[in-house]
Design a protein around this ligand. Structure first.
Ligand SMILES: [Zn+2]
Length: 358
């Protein structure tokens, strides 16, 4: 088993927020149950746990399978490679670890709701949200979205690592990208799983030359640095307990992480925004596309914003609403206000930085 020290040493030099680090990918083989208190490979469930899970299976509405239908909707192409490697040949993303979730109807050691979320997180490929808006899902904790501009693609959120983002862009270009370049990037919020992979699709020289714009919500840099650098060590320490990241993946250890399965390993980085959306509501045209931004501070993140694209009747609601197990919100009042404003738009489709659109 990888020691904590070895694992920490493998983390990107740029410390990232607690919610964005992956479990031990070296432990790829599903663990067999072991006996003993705190056995590193996990242990079988107690009779008490089995009874709790049995009741959950009987009382929750598992006959309703709309989540699966909606998750599959718009699939353009599955990602064929179950592993993604960086230039040095190291595996940065490994979906083989999570295939066990589809191999059984139920596990007596996994809560049925978590099992379902895990199965939904096994979606892995390129999807259409509406014509002109596409998403690559399942290559990292969050997902990335491509919006057609006049001369290229506007990227909404960039995964955690450049390596995973490069693979997402390649898949997208193989099917829908038409060889057009990235003309702008929008960071939805200050959590690192939404900007860490930006260098996988953008060359900083192009940003400096004015060829690529990068937009971010108010106070983005302040909070990105505060959470990932100033508090980086403490946040990293917390995540070992929060997510059980050293547990082997399998029914007796690490199962999934809610928003997505895990965090890609690889190289994270940040390119500072060239334009900060300062006002509460601000309309900006980017590469010929009208976009209405709404700052939503202190909701799911201290710095976050939604985007409404009126000509496509599409609402990108960042991580403020996700059709999955959700990150907790900081201010319920602010969050409700955000949702109300979002709902007041004439929307054909809403989508977010994780899970399926609705
Ligand atoms: Zn977030």
């Amino acid at each position: 088993m990888t020691t904590r020290r070895q694992f920490v040493q493998s983390l990107p030099a740029f410390a990232v927020a607690a919610q964005i680090l992956e479990g031990d990918p070296a432990a790829a083989a599903p663990a067999a149950p072991a006996t003993g208190h705190f056995h590193p490979k996990g242990k079988p469930p107690s009779e008490f746990t089995k009874e709790v899970l049995r009741k959950a299976r009987q009382t929750l509405p598992f006959g309703d399978t709309r989540d699966f239908d909606e998750q599959r909707r718009g699939l353009i192409a599955p990602m064929k490679e179950l592993t993604i490697k960086n230039d040095a040949g190291d595996v940065v993303w490994d979906m083989t670890r999570f295939q066990f979730l589809d191999q059984k109807e139920e596990f007596d050691s996994v809560h049925p709701s978590m099992h379902r979320i895990g199965q939904l997180n096994n979606n892995y490929g390129l999807y259409e949200v509406v014509p002109g808006i596409y998403q690559v899902r399942g290559l990292d904790l969050a997902q990335t979205t491509f919006v057609r501009g006049k001369t290229g693609w506007i990227v909404f959120d960039c995964l955690v690592t450049a390596d995973a983002m490069r693979a997402a862009w390649k898949l997208f270009q193989e099917h829908k990208g038409e060889g057009l370049p990235v003309t702008a990037v929008v960071y939805s919020h200050s959590h690192g799983d939404h900007w860490g992979g930006v260098r996988g699709v953008v060359d900083e020289a192009d940003v400096r030359a004015g060829k690529v714009q990068i937009l971010a919500p108010r106070d983005f840099m302040e909070y990105s640095i505060a959470e990932n650098v100033f508090a980086g060590n403490a946040m990293n320490r917390r995540l070992f307990y929060q997510y059980g990241v050293l547990l082997p993946v399998g029914p007796y250890g690490y199962v999934t992480q809610g928003l997505g399965h895990a965090i890609s390993r690889g190289t994270s980085g940040l390119i500072a925004p060239t334009r900060v959306v300062d006002k509460d509501l601000e309309e900006i045209e980017i590469d010929g596309v009208r976009m209405s931004f709404q700052n939503t501070p202190n909701t799911e993140a201290p710095s976050e914003m939604n985007t409404y694209i009126p000509d496509m009747k599409a609402l990108w609601i960042a991580e403020n609403v996700c059709a999955t197990l959700h990150t907790s919100t900081r201010s319920v009042g602010r969050w409700c206000a955000t949702r109300s404003t979002g709902r007041s738009r004439s929307t054909r489709r809403s989508t977010a930085s994780a899970a399926r659109p609705w």
